[in-house]
Design a protein. Sequence first.
Length: 66
Amino acid sequence: MAEEKINENEKDIIRINGELKLINQKLDNHIHHISGKIDTIFKIVWTCSFMILALLLRAIYSVMAG
C-alpha cells in the first residue's frame, strides 16, 4: 500500500514537472513576442518625438529669423 502511494506520488511529480516545463516554454515564447512589439512601439515614439522636436526648432527659427 505504501509503495503504491509512493509510486503514485512519483508519477504526479513527473506530470507536474512536465506541465511546468510546458508553461515555462509558452511564457518564454510570449515574452519574446511582447518584447518585439514593445520595441516597435518605442521606435514609433522616438520617431514622433524627433519629428515634434524638428517642428519646434523650425518654429523657433522662423520666429527669430523674421
